[in-house]
Design a protein around this ligand. Structure first.
Ligand SMILES: *[C@@H]1O[C@H](CO)[C@@H](O)[C@H](O)[C@H]1NC(C)=O
Ligand SMILES: *[C@@H]1O[C@H](CO)[C@@H](O)[C@H](O)[C@H]1NC(C)=O
Ligand SMILES: *[C@@H]1O[C@H](CO)[C@@H](O)[C@H](O)[C@H]1NC(C)=O
Ligand SMILES: *[C@@H]1O[C@H](CO)[C@@H](O)[C@H](O)[C@H]1NC(C)=O
Ligand SMILES: *[C@@H]1O[C@H](CO)[C@@H](O)[C@H](O)[C@H]1NC(C)=O
Ligand SMILES: *[C@@H]1O[C@H](CO)[C@@H](O)[C@H](O)[C@H]1NC(C)=O
Ligand SMILES: *[C@@H]1O[C@H](CO)[C@@H](O)[C@H](O)[C@H]1NC(C)=O
Ligand SMILES: *[C@@H]1O[C@H](CO)[C@@H](O)[C@H](O)[C@H]1NC(C)=O
Ligand SMILES: *[C@@H]1O[C@H](CO)[C@@H](O)[C@H](O)[C@H]1NC(C)=O
Length: 815
């Protein structure tokens, strides 16, 4: 209580000390008068008011009441605003960069505007007693020196003028010469060639802070570009009106303004008028870097934008800051997104529409181990540095070897690199766009992959809960739509951040040269070779035939592989779903499928997969399956693992393909798959016995494939009738040989003994554990990976029960 009382006394003291003249609405401030908080000068037409206002008045007019009452100090400003308009709209601020503040928040009782003895207009802060501090001054050097001759007048155009009390032709200062962000009718934009005064309009720092921001509007030095809009700090001009010196130009064809350019010996400027003084209208440079013309609509009690330049918000230089991708919907709302691996540098500023800080790396770069992340579907950043490079790999090398290089692109055989912050990367508004390869740390890349797993799993779960494939597809389309608001399915190709693209049929027809180069085919359709419009990505396009089966396979494929990515899973680049056309687009694998390399002994070049390549393939496939089964929260069962569905890229890295039979099931594996899936020879016994189907069916099939990789021959039973009647089923022979310790004779004879016996034994053990009849005896794919890598010792597998039966049967046949 005593503290409050003391406070009250100080307030009273303040009131007594400031001798306040009676102040009615008036447009003139004369010597000896003072304007305190709450007082205003009002222009004679009543349109404009001058006085003090606080940051509270700005946030108050914000539609969102996000104003935090926790800010310890209130900022106060001297300014001019529209007097009759209920939405607080300042048009000039004297002290935008240096607000008047007071920690006690009672400053409003102590600041006042008056004419100083030297004829300057000043804001004084009464510290106490007779002490006064000048906190703002008009800083006129040629003032009258006699305050009795000086008045400050607020004109009907919103101009605060310091002039001679009785001779209005003597003007010492005017607010129109020191503009803020608002270009009012009748004010000048441009320079005085003699005094050097240059009237430049500067945007606010953010939605609620009027301090100088990033964007400037002025005239260019040679006065031949018209009004120019530029990034103040870098002077990068990103819009110009074009020159005009004839009167009555209305740039927006709104009928509301009439511009005139003036270029004479003394001045170069633009000025505009409105047809009617009763119209309230302004032109301003926005926080977003656009110039906007607004007119007050009385009937709606709101400002209407009648003019915007540049129309496309992403054309504003550096609008989203470094390491961002800019996008906009219908040229309307700006949206800034951090590139992957980056986070918003200053979320507080970002929320207030100040994106200039952009995004920062989640983890610092380490030149030696950095990776490149493709950022597809963009228009490339500002100021590329062209480089000589033979091909895309060479271009990547150029960037990788320069630690300051942050990105590269290889487009139309041209290599470009960037250093620094990658400004102005925008989501491409035309079909396709370019691919930017962004340098990020290996750690961030990994985090991204893990993260992707997570986010896609959500979709998979939702999809599997929904149960219906149609809904899965719908969800996927929604994702693609939401991420490609400007193109969606309408354009020729689109791509979302995950890399899934939707293609138009006509585009794919063109890319595959009218489906002329057939790579292969299966039950559901044919696969064709194609080339994307970037001229470097070769693709395999699967065209599904047979309306019903095709549709089913299409859905299974898109909803499983479409949502996940792994080095050992074939990458679904996109799909086409147009009327009855169903096409799937994959990255093309140079070395085709595994079966061709294992079994086609008579194949043209006669090359044999060497042992280490076989091991690489075995572990790769195991990793891919392990990821499908365990990497996602929902289990994806491939259901059709066989050499035909294992593709090999240029360096024989295996990729699991053909997810047409895949099933997404819950973690509890309780779901029973009713439809028969898979290929005879690789089918787990539970398919036939009608047991519950789990991911262990893939383990079984993988075991069968492992045996084929080792032996280079099919597991399928063969009947020899040459010398004696004899049935051979390789797995049965193999397990006997394994038990007998004779593994070398199991291994593909084409290797001519060039293999590691230890590894061969390990692989065979794994294989036989995988093909145990009881699914609970089979290892998980994770265990398989560890076993293949030698990290996990395996016992000698028992003879699988079904084999024992087969052996018995064979013996009975023979005898
Ligand atoms: C406005 O102020 C001037 C100067 O103090 C004074 O001469 C004039 O009478 C005032 N007008 C009104 C309407 O109060
Ligand atoms: C600013 O806000 C205060 C408190 O809400 C109000 O009294 C004052 O009239 C406002 N000033 C302007 C210029 O709107
Ligand atoms: C903010 O201030 C308002 C009134 O001034 C009060 O009702 C509200 O509780 C305050 N909020 C916080 C978080 O202090
Ligand atoms: C408000 O300010 C107090 C004291 O400075 C601080 O402890 C508190 O966390 C702030 N609250 C919010 C919501 O910012
Ligand atoms: C006024 O200023 C003088 C000199 O700057 C200083 O000695 C005095 O304490 C001040 N008075 C108050 C009330 O602040
Ligand atoms: C200004 O006018 C006041 C009273 O009107 C007078 O006392 C003062 O001397 C004058 N100042 C000058 C510099 O003429
Ligand atoms: C004072 O200087 C300004 C420009 O600096 C000029 O526009 C104005 O006419 C000058 N006023 C007088 C009274 O000389
Ligand atoms: C323009 O001014 C005239 C009077 O000069 C008035 O009748 C008319 O309504 C005004 N037009 C607008 C759009 O305010
Ligand atoms: C743009 O954003 C504003 C406010 O956030 C919203 O009212 C408006 O509907 C949006 N416009 C479009 C085209 O989305």
């Amino acid at each position: 209580m005593p503290a409050a009382a003391a406070h009250y006394h100080i307030l009273l003291l303040g009131l007594l000390l400031v001798s306040r003249p009676c102040f009615a609405a008036n447009d003139t401030l004369a010597a000896g008068q003072a304007l305190a908080v709450g007082d205003t000068l009002v222009s004679r037409n009543g349109k404009f008011a001058l006085g003090f206002f606080s940051s509270g008045n700005i946030t108050e007019s914000e539609s969102s009441s996000s104003s935090d009452n926790n800010s310890t100090t209130t900022n106060w400003y001297l300014g001019i605003w529209f007097n009759k308009i209920p939405v607080f709209t300042p048009v000039w601020i004297a002290n935008r960069d240096e607000p008047f503040t007071d920690p006690d928040n009672d400053l409003k009782l102590k600041i006042r505007l008056e004419i100083a003895r030297d004829g300057n207009l000043v804001v004084l802060d009464d510290i106490g007693g007779a002490n006064k501090t000048v906190v703002w001054s008009s800083e006129i050097t040629n003032a009258s020196k006699n305050s009795n001759d000086t008045v400050a007048l607020l004109t009907h155009t919103g101009n605060l003028v310091i002039q001679h009390a009785t001779d209005p032709s003597q003007v010492w200062w005017q607010s129109f010469d020191y503009p803020t962000d608002v270009y009012l009718p009748e004010s000048k934009l441009g320079r005085n060639k003699i005094t050097g005064l240059n009237r430049v309009f500067v945007s606010w720092k953010n939605r609620i802070d009027p301090a100088r921001g990033s964007y400037c509007v002025g005239v260019d030095a040679r006065f031949n570009q018209g009004i120019i809009l530029y990034h103040c700090a870098s002077s990068v001009v990103f819009w110009a009106s074009g020159t005009f010196t004839q009167p009555n130009v209305d740039p927006g064809d709104s009928g509301l303004t009439s511009y005139n350019g003036v270029d004479n010996s003394e001045e170069q400027y633009y000025i505009y008028t409105t047809p009617n003084e009763s119209i309230s209208l302004l032109t301003s440079v926005e926080v977003t870097g656009q110039i906007k013309g607004r007119v007050w609509v009385e009937s709606r009690q709101a400002w209407r934008v009648f003019y915007t330049q540049p129309m496309e918000p992403c054309n504003v230089h550096a609008v989203c800051g470094p390491f961002t991708v800019c996008s906009s919907n219908d040229n309307a709302n700006l949206s800034c997104d951090c590139m992957e691996g980056f986070s918003i540098k200053s979320p507080g500023d970002w929320d207030l529409d100040d994106h200039s800080g952009g995004c920062t790396r989640n983890d610092p770069l380490d030149c030696a181990t950095d990776k490149f992340l493709p950022v597809p579907g963009v228009s490339l950043p500002y100021s590329p540095v062209p480089m000589k490079a033979a091909d895309a790999d060479d271009c990547r090398q150029v960037c990788a070897s320069d630690c300051s290089c942050t990105a590269y692109s290889y487009t139309s055989s041209a290599c470009s690199v960037w250093n620094g912050g990658l400004l102005n990367t925008a989501a491409s508004t035309t079909a396709g766009g370019d691919i930017l390869y962004l340098r990020i740390s290996a750690k961030d890349l990994q985090a991204l992959r893990d993260n992707k797993k997570g986010s896609y799993v959500g979709v998979v779960i939702a999809a599997s809960i929904a149960g219906s494939g149609t809904i899965v597809l719908l969800l996927l389309f929604i994702i693609v739509w939401r991420r490609n608001r400007d193109c969606g399915l309408q354009s020729s190709t689109t791509q979302d951040a995950a890399g899934i693209r939707t293609f138009r049929y006509s585009y794919l027809r063109h890319a595959t040269k009218n489906f002329s180069e057939r790579l292969g085919g299966g039950g559901f359709g044919s696969v064709y070779k194609g080339l994307l419009s970037d001229s470097i990505t070769t693709i395999a396009v699967k065209r599904l035939d047979g309306a019903r089966q095709g549709e089913k396979q299409f859905r299974a494929e898109v909803s499983s592989i479409g949502l996940i990515q792994h080095i050992n899973l074939v990458k679904l680049i996109g799909f086409c779903c147009e009327s009855d056309k169903r096409l799937l687009v994959y990255e093309r694998m140079l070395n085709g499928s595994l079966d061709a390399h294992l079994f086609n002994t008579s194949n043209d070049d006669g090359t044999v997969l060497d042992w280490s390549t076989r091991c690489q393939i075995a572990t790769g496939v195991a990793r891919g399956l392990s990821y499908l089964h365990e990497g996602c929260r929902e289990c994806i069962i491939h259901c059709d693992i066989k050499p035909e569905n294992i593709l090999l890229d240029a360096s024989f890295v295996p990729k699991i393909a053909d997810f047409g039979m895949a099933a997404i099931v819950g973690r509890d594996f309780s779901r029973v798959l009713t439809t028969f899936r898979g290929t005879v020879g690789y089918l787990a016994p539970e398919w036939i016995s009608g047991g519950a189907i789990t991911q262990k069916v893939d383990v079984y099939s993988f075991g069968m494939v492992l045996l084929e990789i080792v032996s280079g021959r099919r597991n399928s039973p063969e009947v020899y009738t040459t010398s004696s009647f004899h049935i051979s089923y390789f797995p049965v022979q193999a397990i006997s040989m394994l038990h007998a310790g004779d593994v070398s004779s199991l291994v593909d004879p084409q290797l001519h003994g060039d293999f590691s016996l230890e590894e061969a034994i390990r692989v065979c053990k794994v294989a036989f554990w995988c093909i145990q009849e009881n699914e609970f005896d089979r290892p998980t794919m994770g265990e398989v990976v560890r076993a293949l890598e030698g990290l996990h010792e395996l016992d000698m597998p028992p003879m699988p029960r079904q084999f024992a039966a087969i052996t018995k049967c064979l013996l009975s046949v023979v005898h």
